[in-house]
Design a protein around this ligand. Sequence first.
Ligand code: 6PG
Length: 483
Amino acid sequence: MKADIGVIGLAVMGQNLILNINDKGFTVAVYNRTITKVDRFLNKEAKGRETIRGTYDIQQFCSMLKRPRKIMLMIKAGKAIDDFVEQLLPFLTPGDVIIDGGNSFFGDTIRRTYYLRDKGINFVGTGISGGEEGARHGPSIMPGGEYEAWPLIKDIFQSICAHTPQGQPCCNWVGSDGAGHYVKMVHNGIEYGDMQLISEAYSLMNGLLKLSHSQMADIFDKWNSTELQSYLIEITARIMQHKDNDGKVLLEKILDKAGQKGTGKWTSVNSLDINVPVTLITEAVYARILSSLKAERVKAAGFFETSEFDFTGDVDSFISDIKDALLASKIISYAQGFMLLKAAAKTYSWKLDFGDIALMWREGCIIRSSFLGKINDAFQNNPALESLLFDPYFSTIIKSAQQSWRKVVSTAFNAGISVPAFASALTFFDSYRSAKLPSNLIQAQRDYFGAHTYERTDAPEGQFFHTNWTGTGGDTSAGSYQV
Ligand code: 6PG
């Protein structure tokens, strides 16, 4: 019997996804560039599973698949995808589907979709989130690309993905060409933001309030049964308690230099490209970069030593302030993320369903949380919602958390504890809710030194003026570049 789907790539994500697909009753053909891995997998993880079939060259692999063929690449993003596409092409027929399940850059996915469309092949770029566990037992899946492929893969994807508590699949068609990988990129950016915010909460509880790890574990545990419920809070509670072989908390032995593979950076770069103020994610990316300057930081710590700040307030009430600051900042981060998705839909002509995206992230992925259920509700109630900040549920939380949030940021500033994400969220909030900003002065300065022109409050928008500020400048204005 021919296979329902073929998977190329037997690294841990590929292996786990194959086992998951097979558990759901589908026959899978598998192939790996290093052939020895095929037999190793068949004799170990896939032992006894007759409906997982090993293949040893690309031609044999393609001939084992039901038509139209469905081929999933679970390999490293980048050139390897293009290489495998070229190797597959001679053995494919029009109507076949190639799926890229890696963390590919959405621009590459757009390019590949059009390249393969010319050859009659349906290309799908899909985000898959949830790490190894997710791949094995139910990830969040975000497919985009050639829509014709969707009815062919829908059944498989929606049976292997995670499901919401109400039973809805955390996988739906996202949109054309690079939309699936774009949404996964934003997911990762938000993941960076969430992780930075949680780390700042830890820094305040540990550095300022001097709480022990077991106390912090209890707090994160408690928070996990509130509006903050999420996978990242849950694992943070567990990390706080994890002991090294010598019985000491492992966390404090881990070097404070955060790594990254680039998807958070892509989100920030793209936000600059399409003019969306995604400040929190960008701050989180910079925080990781700054953390990596360990040697310089150690030097600067000696250079700018400050006296210890004694916290004199009520500890329990400050813990509750931190919780409010975390929640309010998280709302800002997601509001920015959805602003980005909205602008991307316009820029790249994608029909994105924001409620659906929240639902896809509700379970299975790294940012999974009950909070995403509320975001889904917000877009269900108003699909044209301008910003999450205008949704009654979120605006009510922000309003009631505001004082605590300000207290946390100002206390951290006074104590000299770095809280870039909490502070950037609050700064964004204060700018966003300002009917008047000092940008009139920037316009005046631009016009003063470079005749860049300005608009006036007492004239219709779009009408530009230039002033001869010094009396010696000319009346000619420079061309204006509007973002
Ligand atoms: C996921 C994750 C995953 C990501 C890692 C590492 O959704 O399962 O987002 O795709 O690659 O979390 O990311 P960094 O190394 O950039 O932190």
